[in-house]
Design a protein around this ligand. Structure first.
Ligand SMILES: Cc1cc2nc3c(=O)[nH]c(=O)nc-3n(C[C@H](O)[C@H](O)[C@H](O)COP(=O)(O)OP(=O)(O)OC[C@H]3O[C@@H](n4cnc5c(N)ncnc54)[C@H](O)[C@@H]3O)c2cc1C
Length: 416
């Protein structure tokens, strides 16, 4: 079903009785040309671009839970392309450009909101580092503005500018950054993939990979074996577990990252702000809740829940930046499993097993990458060569030393 003002009008006249499900809940077929493991944002986007851009339509996405149950439905929804290094900048800028046309492309409202992302700086040295990043961004054709304290104060008067330890001196603003409704992104890609013939199979866990003479031939699942000419792994926090089914050991650790939402309050903050002296960032959802987060939990885990020390750490940073936030009540918090690569940058590559492809290592920044990740992974799978903007995301860079050590340019990357 295609959504439009006409379909809305027609359904209104029929009392909204004729809406179809957003995508079919498909049963697995015995064989596919490409089988994507993982129904998160990256897996769904990959399947959609395989079908829509490369005409490969005999594709399945195999998801062990329900669509949106992984990180795609758990993140804090920030999108941006404010990267420094040449290995990253063109990739994330491609993603930003895809976000800018995504809703028309998918025929789905993902509530993409370019409300700006502001990274605060608190010292002269940090200002210089941000100026360098902003200059690198502008040279690469990405928008960036370095703001002084008064310009930031005009935007966000309620922050603590005179904090004894971390006075705010200014910020680096990317106006085209912002947020998108995370689960609508999953639903949108599922909807658009389904319209292009992709089978989306939920509640089907991949338990093994079938490999013959060094080539993948399919997967074992809780709903029986499925043959496939090519198998693409896009399972985020479970990357090491699934790669181990092929005997591969990845340079990835799984950690929990927590997110928080407050009670709904009146409009307070119309941009995304990151604290530069601790790991804390905040925005406000359209429902009024303050959405914020911080650093990963320090220990490895596959549990989708976090622990109290990080909660305390995030709240301390929040109070240092914005003391008034202490008056607002917390509504809920949750955790997601992050695939932390050892240089903070992702992997989009072949593996040593023929026909087996890997998309992993997104750390805490993979949501903004969703469109470009799917786009470039589909390119790699369809053409058997890397997309030019993702050519640096090789698995062997940890052996050759060609790492892309940017660590996601979070609020305080050295905490990665
Ligand atoms: C709290 C939090 C905040 C975040 N904030 C941001 C942010 O603001 N901006 C940003 O850019 N990024 C953010 N991220 C990171 C981002 O969400 C992830 O990097 C990205 O979503 C990962 O890709 P994905 O959507 O494909 O992952 P997922 O949605 O996790 O998809 C992977 C899927 O694989 C499935 N799977 C695993 N094993 C198997 C198996 N054996 N068989 C079948 N299926 C399997 C899982 O069930 C899961 O649904 C955040 C993450 C968290 C947890």
């Amino acid at each position: 079903m295609r959504y439009s003002v006409f379909s809305l009008l027609a359904q209104t006249l029929r009392g909204h009785k004729g809406w179809q499900p957003t995508w079919r809940d498909a049963a697995p077929k015995p064989e596919y040309d490409v089988l994507v493991i993982g129904g998160g944002g990256h897996g769904l986007a990959t399947a959609y671009y395989l079908a829509s851009r490369h005409g490969i339509r005999n594709v399945a996405v195999i998801e062990k839970g329900y669509i949106g149950s992984g990180n795609v439905g758990r993140n804090t929804t920030i999108i941006r392309s404010n990267y420094l290094l040449p290995g990253n900048t063109p990739f994330y800028e491609l993603s930003m450009k895809l976000w800018e046309g995504l809703e028309q492309d998918l025929n789905y409202n993902a509530m993409v909101s370019q409300r700006g992302v502001l990274n605060l700086y608190h010292s002269d040295a940090q200002r210089d580092a941000y100026a360098r990043r902003g200059n690198a961004m502008r040279l690469a054709g990405v928008d960036a503005e370095l703001l002084d304290r008064e310009q930031v104060r005009a935007m966000l008067p309620f922050l603590d500018y005179e904090n004894g330890r971390f006075p705010i001196q200014g910020g680096l603003l990317q106006k085209r950054g912002g947020s998108a409704r995370h689960d609508a992104v999953a639903w949108g890609y599922a909807h658009a993939g389904d319209r292009n013939g992709v089978d989306i199979v939920q509640n089907c866990e991949v338990t093994g990979l079938s490999i013959e003479n060094g080539r993948v031939t399919g997967v074992e699942t809780t709903r029986g074996p499925i043959r496939a000419k090519k198998v693409a792994v896009a399972v985020a926090g479970n990357s090491s577990r699934v790669a181990a089914m092929a005997g591969l050991r990845l340079p990835i650790e799984s950690h929990v990252l927590q997110a928080f939402v407050s009670e709904g309050v009146k409009p307070l903050i119309d941009t995304v702000v990151t604290f530069g002296a601790g790991h804390f960032y905040v925005s406000q959802s359209d429902k009024g809740g303050l959405v914020f987060g911080g650093d990963i939990d320090g220990y490895n885990s596959y549990a989708q829940r976090g622990n109290l020390p990080v909660i305390e750490d995030v709240m301390e940073s929040a109070m240092a930046l914005w003391p008034g936030v202490g008056r607002i009540r917390m509504l809920r918090h949750w955790g997601g499993i992050m695939d932390m690569s050892m240089d903070g940058s992702p992997i989009i590559d072949h593996t040593a097993v023929q026909g087996l492809y890997l998309n992993a290592g997104w750390c805490y920044g993979g949501f903004k990458a969703t469109p470009a990740s799917g786009f470039c992974f589909a390119h790699l799978i369809a053409k058997d060569e890397p997309h030019p903007v993702a050519a640096a995301y090789r698995l062997d860079r940890f052996a050759t030393g060609r790492v892309i050590d940017e660590k996601g340019v979070g609020a305080q990357p050295n905490l990665h």
